[in-house]
Design a protein around this ligand. Sequence first.
Ligand code: DMJ
Length: 633
Amino acid sequence: MIFKTLAGKTSVVGLRLPQTFLFLLVLGSLGFGALFFLPETSRLKRIFQHNSDSSAVITDSVNGQRAQPISPIGYGLIRAPPLDIGVLRSKSQLSSSNGKQRNNNKGRSQGTVSMEHMSEGDAADNKVHTRGVVVSSRARSPVRVKLRNCMLKPPYGANYGKPSDPESLQRREKVKEMMKFAWDNYKRYAWGENELRPLSRNGNDGRTFGGLRGASIVDSLDTLYIMGLGEEYQEAKEWVENNLNLSVGGEASLFEVNIRYVGGLLSAYYLTGEEVFKRKVVELGRNLLPAFNTPTGIPHGVVNLAGDSRRSTGGDLGRSSVLAEFGTLHLEFVHLSELTKDPIYTEKVMNIRKHLNQLDKPHGLYPNALNPVSGNWEQHYVSIGALGDSFYEYLIKSYLMSDRTDEVAKRMYYAALEAIEKNLVQRSPGGLIYVAEWRGGILDHKMGHLACFSGGMIGIGAEHGSPETRQHQLDLAANITHTCHESYRRTPTKLGPEVFRFDDGAEATAPRVNERHYILRPEVVESYMYMWRLTHDPKYREWGWEALEALERHCRLATGFSGIIDVYGHIIQHDNLQQSFFLAETLKYLYLLFSDDDLLPLKDWVFNTEAHPLPVIPRNCSQKTEDTDRWPA
Ligand code: DMJ
């Protein structure tokens, strides 16, 4: 399957057919770059408008009273003029006089946490920087304190992710430089557009987003923030505040809008506490609800954000709904309910899960396409790559995000993994472990680049399954990650192809010309990052550095980064697109790979499928106890 973007993921690329892709290849080679199409289907009319309170008032769970709409929480707020390099840290931590860290929890519970922007050197010495600071000790209310204690986690821990060894620190700085370069070029040539087309020096409107603009801005907010790119973060925030129009009339991919815009805004809110992000995400969440208006509640793939359509339509597979699309809403929708105190979002995704849970599954596997009207599978194609992938990812991450209380998600994940192992996991003649695709019982011996996220997924799931399977799953995760690394290592560019095969003598290589492109995808470095965190085996950092060097060598142009048409080519041709997920994911995962584990610790944060960190919702969080039935068995 070519790609989540091309086939399954309705992304910016928005193309579905191999012929279309060939067309793009031709355009790319002519220097026109990628053009993006979604069929102009009929205008959609919203038939259902939810009436929740958009001001997102949070109820004080202590005395049950309705609180006033809250002002910025004051956690992680950057109001500062920019600094060149920096990390963000809490004032309570900074004010420690003897250079040791104060107890974070204590600082937070006192409601005094705010962030300062400091240089790396100062951070190391624990000196307070006086320029560029934001301190926002907001009026305290039980609501705010409760929200802070329950939901907002310090992203930086004790050392702000600063790696202890100089080489990793240098590498991390290199990633940051790449992010700044990518951002500056986007700003220069494509500001406000969805993505930068570096060769033609303009923007792409990304029709998959139905008229929404600024995808690269929303996708970059959290990356800019965690890298300490304060000026760039401010520009991004101001654009969101002044220019992000969410009630546009086009047809948008529910999936893409959810993972990039909802995920990006949620993350930005949880990291910074800036009210504007909450306001925007709550408005956007409401606009997505008409997609669920089907007889089964399984959403259509396409939604009209302006609410002027009578119906939503199918996405990638005509009238079918795609597993990876309707199965990749859970994390964001649960958080929308958390923020709004409106259960409707959680209800929508719980209904999807309930439906899937009760369906018969061939050999325990989940086919990729389902009819949202009849509620039945449409075909028996199964993939952990395009069309399937992030559904599995969201099962284990739902469990983790629920502070390991969501037992249904856990059961579904481990049962699915068992079926995948039994039916899809293979060993090549050369000893490489890979996850094949399944077409009604017949194996297709190939893996998409997209499927390489599964190394990381299986890795983070390993420690939560039964103790007997733990080591086995960790080994499987390591083996898949190794295979994905081989798909990179076996090319002259040291970047991996979109699809690699294990048939007709191929071993993690791409014999087919139309499967040889690399579009700046993150999945391989994503697995390196997780495997590094889980094992601390230095090879993962080395592999990440190899990928970074290859990106610099082949994908960096004078005007931004671009995907390439053929990873085996000796003459490099560019596809003229700096994908927004390059800024959201690829660079963020590389940055985390070279950071210490206390930057966005995995026990406190779960990354959505676009790498936007969302906080774990603690089981003893008072907000949660208001809705004890959230995870029905
Ligand atoms: C991203 O939009 C997300 O990672 C999605 O889950 C898959 N496709 C791209 C990156 O390849």
